[in-house]
Ligand binder design. Structure first.
Ligand code: ZN
Length: 87
């Protein structure tokens, strides 16, 4: 587990040295990081695994979620609706 966390931390560090990220809005609200209040993110997509989601009654969520990774602290915010990039 420690090695896994090291790898994640290293990955996020190298990410924050790369692109600075973009600003996004979700459902008309600008996305901000719940941890550091940063507003620069890198967008990603994650498949939601069906077993857990069925249990949570989230079948309607189309089994795919958008993720916004904060480039400041590395927190990942999950959204079931698509974030819009703010130019
Ligand atoms: Zn953050």
């Amino acid at each position: 587990m420690g090695k896994f966390l090291d790898a994640v931390t290293k990955g996020l560090k190298s990410m924050s040295e790369g692109p600075r990220g973009d600003r996004y809005s979700v459902a008309g609200q600008p996305a901000t990081c719940a941890h550091c209040h940063g507003d620069l993110f890198i967008e990603g997509r994650a498949q939601l695994n069906t077993a857990g989601m069925t249990f949570l009654n989230l079948d309607w969520a189309n089994r795919s979620a958008a993720t916004l990774a904060c480039t400041e602290c590395g927190r990942i915010e999950w959204f079931l609706s698509d974030p819009e990039r703010i130019e």
